[in-house]
Design a protein around this ligand. Structure first.
Ligand code: 4AD
Ligand code: MG
Length: 431
């Protein structure tokens, strides 16, 4: 196997090397033909001079189709003007798979066409950059929790009941046991984990049969959910702000080139440092009123409301203590005001909306049982969850961060559909 890759060329200046990859682009000017080679680690300008080559090689460099698979041999040169800083003075070209009529060309294509061709679209430089940032974010998330003594705790994906409301459940027949549901959140299981291991996190795919066709909604998305025993809402917010600072600063440090490819204005990301502003739902409603909105206390914020609120801040803002009536059954009420839930949502700046939802959990058996009944949830399916309040109950808190919304915000994208290799939306489940 030839494992020399474009990203490693700086150590091979002056040497003759052979690289394997694909033709990303090409152009020619008289006696010179340029091939841009891509191999997943970078882009390399390969220069074919007519004077240095036999005619067949020179002609082949002009004829080879976009996305053909090739082996290029030549001498590595430092060239500050070339993408990546190096170029190849090409001596040989072997086409190992000739591609003709590659459907995605450098011209503009519509989003539907590109989504139909997603299996090829992921080869484009923009998509490669986004997927590398996604990978770096995933690793930063894992490192953050691993370094702080959180244990990874994997929840099931097929579950017997709803976690985040019954209106967005995907249902599937389950042998003789009736129906199972694709998980909306690993949280309820993470709570069992926190009472066993102290601090845990779940990280995996979650599902919502969302009827929403917005730029923030997928039907399958990834969520990371930390959960901590002996932690209240303030501890939860402390964790959330330290976590966001870590993730954003890590990406700024390690993905500068990708963010450049994406033309991301990084000045706005540099601001993501502790402390993050904390305002109550009441204060958020005041902001909306001040801005002329006719929002009524007690409603949930829509995307447009979230944008208006976050415009007041140059970093993510934590909004806490929502009306309990619009929040999930498991949230603990504020002892100072029973109408409020000890909940927090983090709204990203620049109109990206809610990226984190979290809360302190109800830890009292009778109160929780009452809530399950009020929400008309099947008590039987929650017996195991109630056990967590029968045996060794403790105050505990956690949150969920949506990976795709976070990638979309950090990369500065228009839509979450570009943040995951194969997006699933209400109107799309292919390829
Ligand atoms: O606010 P949500 O519904 O919270 C929960 O699921 C809690 N159980 C989390 C917890 O406390 N452990 O979802 C959390 C986050 C949202 O803030 C958002 O970033 C993301 O998940 N999210 C979605 N992302 C993409 N598409 C969707 N349809 C999403 N729904 C939620
Ligand atoms: Mg939420």
């Amino acid at each position: 196997m030839n494992d020399l890759r474009i990203k490693d060329l700086s150590a091979h200046v002056g040497e003759e090397v052979t690289l394997l990859g694909w033709v990303y682009n090409k152009r020619s000017s008289g006696k010179i033909k340029f091939l841009i080679l891509r191999d997943g680690t970078g882009y390399l300008q390969c220069v074919f001079f007519k004077g240095n080559l036999d005619e067949a090689t020179f002609n082949e460099a002009g004829a080879v189709g976009q996305e053909s698979t090739v082996e290029v041999t030549g001498a590595v040169k430092k060239e500050p003007r070339a993408p990546g800083g190096y170029e190849l003075d090409a001596k040989g070209l072997k086409v190992t798979h000739a591609t003709e009529d590659y459907p995605i060309t450098p011209k503009e294509h519509g989003p539907d066409f590109l989504l139909d061709k997603r299996h090829l679209w992921v080869r484009s430089s923009r998509q490669v950059a986004i997927l590398k940032v996604r990978h770096r974010i995933v690793k930063a998330i894992r490192d953050f929790f691993d370094e702080r003594d959180f244990s990874l705790f994997d929840p099931p994906i097929l579950t017997p009941a709803a976690c985040e409301g019954t209106s967005t459940l995907f249902e599937t027949p389950y042998f003789d046991l009736g129906n199972a549901y694709l998980t909306q959140s690993g949280q309820l299981y993470a709570e069992a984990g926190a009472l066993a291991l102290g601090k845990v996190y779940t990280f995996g795919p979650t599902f919502r049969a969302e009827k929403s066709k917005t730029r923030r909604h997928l039907t399958e998305f990834w969520m990371v959910e930390p959960e901590m025993a002996f932690a209240d809402l303030n501890d939860d917010m402390d964790l959330a702000e330290e976590f966001l600072e870590y993730v954003v600063q890590t990406v700024l440090k390690d993905c500068a080139e990708e963010l450049r490819t994406l033309e991301r204005d990084t000045a706005k990301l540099k601001n993501v440092e502790r402390p993050l502003p904390r305002i109550s739902y009441d204060e958020a409603v005041e902001i909306l009123k001040k801005k002329g909105s006719d929002f009524t206390w007690g409603d949930d914020f829509g995307g447009a409301d979230e944008t208006l609120i976050s415009e007041e801040f140059d970093k993510p803002v934590m909004v806490h203590r929502y009306p309990a009536a619009i929040k999930a059954f498991y949230m603990k009420r504020d002892p100072e005001n029973e109408k409020l839930a000890l909940a927090v949502d983090v709204l990203a700046p620049e109109g990206y909306g809610e990226i984190i939802g979290g809360s302190q959990r109800e830890d009292d058996y009778d109160t929780l049982l009452g809530r399950i009944k009020e929400h008309k949830l099947p008590v039987e399916a929650f017996e195991w969850y109630l056990d967590l309040r029968r045996y060794g109950s403790a105050p505990h808190s956690g949150f969920g961060l949506g990976l795709e919304r976070t990638v979309s915000w950090i990369c500065g994208l228009d839509h979450v559909r570009e943040t995951i290799p194969f997006p699933r939306m209400i109107y799309r489940n292919t390829p």
